[in-house]
Design a binder for this molecule. Sequence first.
Ligand SMILES: [Zn+2]
Length: 93
Amino acid sequence: MSIDLFPKKPAVSAEQSQQVKDWLYEILQIDRQTVISLSQLQCQDSGCPPIQTAIAVMTSPHRVIRIHKAIPDIAYTDVVQAIAANTNNQKES
Ligand SMILES: [Zn+2]
């Protein structure tokens, strides 16, 4: 494994983005008309991969879910866990 100080954002195919969105629609049980935007950001947290994905779900109120992986690395279980963590956070505040 090499360490890249200036990681390039991985290329993401339309299919990969759509797959993540499909999982979100399914897990959150939201309307397919709801806009979901995915953006890959650098993550500064220690112990994290360099790229994280911020998911904005434009429900009302809208929610932002972060997954500490690049879009091509996101699996179904990552989405389930991130939504569960996000829901718990919102209950605490
Ligand atoms: Zn992170």
